[in-house]
Design a protein around this ligand. Structure first.
Ligand code: FAD
Length: 360
């Protein structure tokens, strides 16, 4: 029998940061009882600022939030460790170091992992962009000896990374299964292609990399790139141990939730952000942030047996993509824009997020 918590928050994702902030600034909104935050990392990294970090516009400390201070202010115990198993029937979370944590209520905000292709042989190092701390440590090592780089994934993250890194490396190739930035207006793709061409990034669309063989990236058996280093920034995939936990999941393995943000099979478990699955709620940071206030209300309401609030995903979300030169591309309600002013606005929004959560 492990340590017992009335409420356990697993993962320091965007929504949990919002919950912690809420309890720090409004202690009366914190439910009573022992509350713990389990995090694999002593910091929460802010993905929106990662491209700025890589392009040298931000320092490391500007892009991460120290969890010890935020937890102390919120009256929450910080537990450093990696969850590797969940038994929702016995209300127990298993950690990779052998510890077991018992809970009455659990909230999952654990993010997702990029989808890496199968790898055979050696000679090519595949580096997933998440978890961020492992990625950044390895990236700093790579930086000492710049080499040509392939980036797998042409969504917003892959495009931003390519634009952030193009000036620092001998060559950058961006490979994507379909067209770049699918799901965004076609004009955003056109604008991104123009910036990528100007930055010297080679783009291969309709090129799903499904295998790595020695130093080769293969798409449907055909060699599409050869080299020693590739970043994996393709899509969100579910955490396998969560998928195996017995919680109801969608067909991709993300935890199925209801509008109250509770697991559709186990109502004592909440799930938010990338690890959860709810209609009309894409896997990205904007939606995870917006779930935070509803989650804070519902955690307290369930524990105190009050009615729950329903989360309504916003119909539109602003997408802001850094172009690596201080500017940004934006899309909103089918319209697209670009320029240096937008870049400054993105900086302002990102830094405000960091001040709100880190400056408490
Ligand atoms: C380069 C890049 C740029 C991006 N830019 C944007 C952007 O501008 N806007 C946007 O909306 N989205 C952006 N995204 C997507 C965004 O990163 C994710 O959608 C978002 O981080 C998901 O947030 P989350 O709250 O679900 O979890 P995350 O923010 O991913 O947090 C998950 C947390 O759980 C912890 N964790 C994970 N597994 C375990 C475990 N087993 N045990 C304990 N702790 C664990 C991690 O350490 C982490 O603290 C970007 C992604 C990338 C890669």
């Amino acid at each position: 029998m492990g340590e017992h918590f009335e409420l356990l928050l697993a993962g320091a994702g965007h929504a949990h940061l919002g919950v912690l902030r809420q309890w720090a600034v409004k202690p009366q909104s914190r439910p009573i009882g022992r509350i713990g935050l389990l995090s694999a990392d002593a910091h929460a990294w802010y993905s929106g600022m990662l491209p700025g970090l890589l392009s040298g516009r931000y320092a490391l400390e500007q892009c991460r939030i120290g969890l010890a201070k935020l937890c102390a202010k919120a009256g929450v115990e910080l537990l450093l460790g990696q969850a590797c198993g969940l038994d929702p029937k016995n209300q127990q979370l298993q950690l990779s170091d052998g510890r077991q944590l018992q809970y009455d209520y659990l909230s999952l905000n654990l993010g997702s992992l990029p989808q890496a292709p199968k790898q055979y042989g050696s000679g090519l190092e595949l580096l997933p962009v998440k978890p961020f701390s492992a990625f950044i440590t390895r990236w700093q090592h790579w930086q000492q000896q710049p080499q040509p780089l392939a980036i797998l994934g042409g969504g917003a993250a892959g495009v931003e990374l390519a634009l952030a890194l193009a000036a620092q490396l001998p060559a950058v190739t961006l490979l994507n299964a379909g067209e770049l930035l699918s799901g965004h207006p076609a004009t955003l793709r056109q604008r991104a292609l123009t910036h990528l061409a100007k930055a010297g990034v080679m783009v291969q669309e309709h090129c799903r990399v499904n295998e790595v063989l020695d130093q080769h990236l293969l798409s449907a058996g055909r060699v599409v790139w050869r080299g020693g280093r590739a970043l994996v920034a393709s899509g969100a995939s579910a955490l396998p141990w969560l998928q195996a936990s017995g919680l109801a999941c969608d067909n991709q393995g993300f935890v199925s939730i209801t509008a109250s943000l509770q697991s559709s099979s186990h109502p004592t478990v909440f799930a938010v952000g990338d690890c959860a699955s709810l209609a009309h709620t894409p896997h990205n940071g904007v939606y995870a942030v917006r779930q935070g206030p509803v989650l804070a209300l519902n955690l307290a309401a369930l524990i105190e047996q009050r009615p729950l609030t329903m989360y309504q995903p916003q119909r539109r979300a602003l997408a802001l993509l850094a172009t690596g030169d201080g500017g940004a591309l934006a899309s909103w309600a089918g319209l697209t824009f670009e320029g240096q002013l937008l870049g400054r606005w993105k900086d302002h929004l990102d830094q405000s997020f960091m001040r709100r959560h880190g400056g408490i």
